[in-house]
Design a protein around this ligand. Structure first.
Ligand code: AOS
Ligand code: ZN
Ligand code: ZN
Length: 426
C-alpha cells in the first residue's frame, strides 16, 4: 500500500480555498501579536511522533476483541501502515518496535523500506511481561525484580538482545516497562523487589551503547493490583539516577493516579535533565490508552506548556523520544492515530503561542488573573489552519482523516491483505 503525493494533493483540492481564508485570518491576527507564523509552522513540521507497532491493529480488552480487517500481520505491513500515516500527516516519521513481536527477518530489506517511507526507528521496547515461546523461565512472579536469579538473568539477557536488534536498525534508545509487582499484600518484599530491579537495570545499562538512552517507564498499577515496583516518577527517577547519565524517566500520560499534576512532573523532570521520553494517550479512569486529546485537551495543553518551556530553558534535558501509546477497540486504528497526531500538534501549536515573556512578568508581579488570561488566550485560539499549512507545505493532506476516507484506504488494505481477522484468528 503506497499513496502517491498526487493523490494526496488531489484529495485536498476542494477545500483549499476555505483553508486559505482561515489561514489568512489567523496569521493576520497572530502577526499583530508579534507571532512569527513562519517559524511556528517550521516547528510544527519538525515535530515528529513515533507510532508504536502495536497500535496499528485493533486492540481489545480482557473481555473481547473486534477486528477492523486489513490489519498488518507482518513487520513490513506495519511499516506500510506507518508510511500511510506519515504520508497523510507528515508527523509520523518514526516507528517504535516491540520485541519479540517485531523481530525483523531481513534487516537490510526492513531498513530500505523504512528509508523509502521516510521513517526512522525510534525507541525499541522489551517485553518481559509475557512468557515467550520455549522460554526456560516464567515471568509469572516478575522479571527484573524476580527473587530467582535465573529469571532475572533471562530478563536481562532479553533486554540486551533488544538493544542488539535496535542497534541494527538505527534505534538509539531502549524503553523498559515492567509489569513487575504484586497483587496481594504480603506477596512481595518491597525492598527486595526494588533492589533486584535496580541491580538488573544496572546490568542492562552497562551494555548500553554510548549514544543510547535507557528510558524507564513507570505506572501505578495494572496488571498487578496491589503494588507495582516502578510505580511512579519518583521511583523511575531514582532508578535512572542509580543507573547513570544515559538513563531517563519516561512519562506515559495514562500512568498516573487520578488528578495527578502531570505537567508539574514533566517540569521537575526537565529541570533535573531526566525526562527522556513520552507516551501520549488520554484517559478518564486509568491506563485507558484512548485517543490523545479526546478527554482532557486542556491538561494536554498545560503539559505542552511545560514541555515548550523545558525545551527552551533546560539545555540539561536531552531531546525527547515522542511516541503515541494507544490501543483501539472500536475505531479504525489508523483513523484513531491520525486523530491523536492532530491533537498532539494542536496542543503543541497552542503552547507555542503562549507569550513566555509576558507570562514570566505576570508571574513576577503575582498577577494571577493575567497569568490565566495568557494561558487561556493561547488555548482558545483555533490553530488548525497552522497545522494544515504545515502539512500542505510538506506534501501531506489538508485533512488527513478526510483524505484517508476519500482515498478509501481501509478498503484498499483489506483488498491487499484480505479479510483475515488478526484479532480473533478467524
Ligand atoms: C504499559 O502499560 C505501557 O504503557 C507500555 O508502554 C506499552 O503499552 C506496552 O509495552 C505495550 O504492550
Ligand atoms: Zn506506555
Ligand atoms: Zn500503559
Amino acid at each position: 500500500m503506497r499513496i502517491s503525493k498526487d493523490h494526496i494533493h488531489d484529495s485536498s483540492m476542494n477545500e483549499l480555498s476555505v483553508h486559505k481564508e482561515n489561514f489568512d485570518f489567523l496569521s493576520n491576527n497572530l502577526s499583530k501579536k508579534n507571532v512569527d507564523v513562519k517559524a511556528l509552522i517550521k516547528k510544527l513540521s519538525d515535530f515528529q511522533v513515533a507510532i508504536p507497532s502495536w497500535a496499528l491493529g485493533a486492540g481489545g480488552t480482557r473481555f473481547g476483541r473486534f477486528s477492523f480487517y486489513g490489519e498488518p500481520s507482518s513487520l513490513e505491513q506495519k511499516l506500510e501502515d506507518v508510511g500511510v500515516l506519515h504520508a497523510l500527516t507528515q508527523t509520523a516519521g518514526a516507528v517504535s518496535l516491540h520485541i519479540p513481536w517485531d523481530v525483523p527477518s531481513d534487516y537490510k530489506a526492513i531498513k530500505n523500506m523504512a528509508d523509502e517511507l521516510d521513517i526512522k526507528f525510534d525507541a525499541v521496547n522489551s517485553n518481559t511481561f509475557q512468557d515467550q515461546k520455549n522460554a526456560k523461565e516464567s515471568y509469572k512472579y516478575g522479571s527484573l525484580s524476580n527473587t530467582s536469579v535465573a529469571v532475572r538473568e533471562q530478563a536481562v539477557a532479553h533486554n540486551l538482545d533488544v538493544i542488539k536488534i535496535g542497534n541494527q536498525l538505527g534505534s538509539k534508545s531502549l524503553t523498559v516497562w515492567l509489569a513487575d509487582g504484586s497483587s496481594f499484600p504480603g506477596q512481595n518484599n518491597f525492598q527486595t523487589a526494588l533492589s533486584n530491579t535496580e541491580d538488573s537495570l544496572k546490568k542492562i545499562y552497562k551494555q548500553l551503547p554510548d549514544d543510547w538512552k535507557l528510558l524507564i517507564e513507570y505506572k501505578p498499577y495494572e496488571p498487578n493490583f496491589y503494588s507495582t515496583v516502578i510505580q511512579d516518577w519518583g521511583t523511575s527517577f531514582m532508578l535512572a539516577n542509580a543507573c547513570g547519565e544515559k538513563a531517563y524517566s519516561l512519562v506515559d500520560l495514562g500512568h498516573h493516579l487520578p488528578n495527578s499534576n502531570i505537567e508539574q512532573i514533566v517540569s521537575v523532570l526537565m529541570l533535573k535533565g531526566k525526562l527522556g521520553g513520552f507516551h501520549f494517550n488520554d484517559s478518564k479512569y486509568g491506563d485507558d490508552d484512548l485517543t490523545v486529546g479526546s478527554i482532557k485537551p486542556y491538561a494536554l495543553f498545560l503539559i505542552f506548556n511545560e514541555l515548550v518551556y523545558g525545551i527552551q530553558n533546560n539545555p540539561q534535558n536531552p531531546d525527547l523520544a515522542w511516541m503515541i501509546d494507544a490501543s483501539h477497540n472500536i475505531k479504525d486504528p489508523l483513523e484513531d492515530l491520525i486523530q491523536s497526531l492532530e491533537a498532539i500538534q494542536e496542543a503543541y501549536a497552542k503552547a507555542l503561542l503562549i507569550d513566555q515573556y509576558e507570562l514570566r512578568n505576570a508571574q513576577l508581579n503575582n498577577d494571577v488573573v493575567k497569568c490565566q488570561e495568557l494561558l487561556q488566550d493561547a488555548f482558545r485560539t483555533d490553530v488548525r489552519p497552522l497545522l494544515e499549512s504545515a502539512r500542505l507545505q510538506s506534501g501531506g493532506a489538508l485533512s488527513p482523516i478526510k483524505s484517508y476516507r476519500s482515498l478509501d484506504i481501509r478498503n484498499e488494505l483489506i483488498k491487499e491483505r484480505g479479510k483475515h481477522n488478526i484479532a480473533s484468528g478467524l
